[in-house]
Design a binder for this molecule. Structure first.
Ligand code: NAP
Length: 330
């Protein structure tokens, strides 16, 4: 039996293309003493992977050329020579873009898929869900009655941010690309308003959506959207810089024009990486599980079929073709 996998073939300049990846079939790995073999069921595709494809230094080590692409996975243990794992255990790990993965148990966690679907551990009950929780509740710290704006609002992180904001009694305003995404954000997720930044009236539409200004901005996008939101920020407001996806494939960085708002409004702006805040996961996850189980947080998944479609789906994610969490069913 083969293990089909996706390797980084070359580093992109600007936009990622399918040529930056190579798909190959390798022999099925055999676990040694202290190792487990996992059959991956779902692969998570995430914007951070774009940064790892670059040569330059970032907050995490770059992805090496010729190696299996990094990625979060959920799957089932098919063979175990590790005392803590048994055949049939369902596990969450970082086994990469491949059908099977070997693990020595480090970073591999058993998950209970009896009450929630296994795939949820890669989205709303995984890294993106906890990212939303940390950025909103720990960094922005919104109070009831305040206005929270989030960009990439229909996505894995953004959709959870707005719903938590509503649970905390805030006005939740999303920014998303296209009327279908905005309809989903308002009608299904319960945001108070959503601005379609692709409609060409970003500044006016945002102004109308935030009559009392913005107290918290959860930044996922950067570029012109950051400029537009900075114009609407209130005195002593907060910005959690979670991501800047509009810049990940840009060859020239966007120069923010309204930076003066940070001074005049005494804004606190803080970047964060969710993996730096591991101490908050045991607090965040049970809350997220409770909200999802009670139907208070809803989520959607866009699922590509088969490992060979992972590169195309990843490029689609960077272009906004996903609604909710982008996964690959392996
Ligand atoms: N700091 C951390 O620890 C951490 C952890 C996880 C994620 N993140 C960041 O959080 C953000 C969202 O990640 P996610 O996993 O939830 O992805 P996602 O929102 O599910 O998918 C990415 C979305 O970004 C939007 N987008 C792409 N290009 C854009 C552009 N030029 N302008 C405006 N929007 C654009 C698209 O939505 P539209 O169709 O609406 O444009 C696309 O669907 C990313 O920036 C990611 O890097 C950070």
């Amino acid at each position: 039996m083969d293990n089909k996998r996706v390797l980084l073939a070359s580093r992109p300049t600007g936009w990622v293309t399918e040529d930056n990846f190579r798909i190959e079939a390798a022999p099925l790995p055999q676990p040694r003493e202290g190792e487990v073999l996992v059959k991956n069921a779902f692969l998570s595709l995430d914007p951070y992977m774009r940064g790892r494809m670059n040569e330059g230094k970032s907050y995490a080590a770059k992805q090496e050329i010729g190696e299996v692409m990094i990625g979060g996975t959920v799957g089932e243990v098919v063979e175990s020579k590790h005392p803590k794992f048994a055949k049939g255990d369902q596990v969450l790990g970082m086994l990469g873009w491949q059908q099977y993965g070997l693990s020595d148990g480090k970073g591999l966690n058993k998950v209970d898929a009896s009450r929630v679907p296994l795939s949820a551990y890669l989205g709303v009950l995984g890294m993106p869900g906890v990212t939303a929780w940390v950025g909103l509740l720990d960094i922005c710290q919104p109070k009831a009655g305040e206005t929270v704006v989030v960009s990439a609002a229909s996505g894995a992180v953004g959709s959870v941010v707005g719903q938590i904001a509503k649970l905390k009694g805030c006005r939740a305003v999303g920014i998303a690309g296209g009327s279908a995404k905005c309809d989903y954000v308002v009608k299904e997720l319960g945001f108070d308003a959503c601005v379609d930044y692709k409609a060409g009236r970003l500044n006016d539409d945002l102004k109308a959506a935030v009559p009392d200004g913005v107290d918290c901005y959860f930044e996922n996008v950067g570029g012109e959207i950051l400029d537009a939101v900075l114009r609407r920020m209130n005195p002593f407001s907060r910005i959690a810089v979670c991501g800047l996806i509009s810049q990940y494939n840009a060859t020239e960085p966007y120069g923010v024009k309204t930076i003066q708002s940070i001074l005049t409004n005494r804004i606190r702006m803080q970047g964060f990486i969710v993996s730096d805040r591991m101490e908050l996961w045991p607090k965040a996850l049970p809350e997220l599980v409770g909200w999802v189980a009670a139907g208070k947080i809803k989520y959607r998944e866009t699922v590509a079929q088969g490992i060979e479609n992972a590169p195309k789906a990843f490029i689609g994610l960077l272009k906004g073709e996903n609604l909710g969490k982008q996964l690959v069913k392996l």
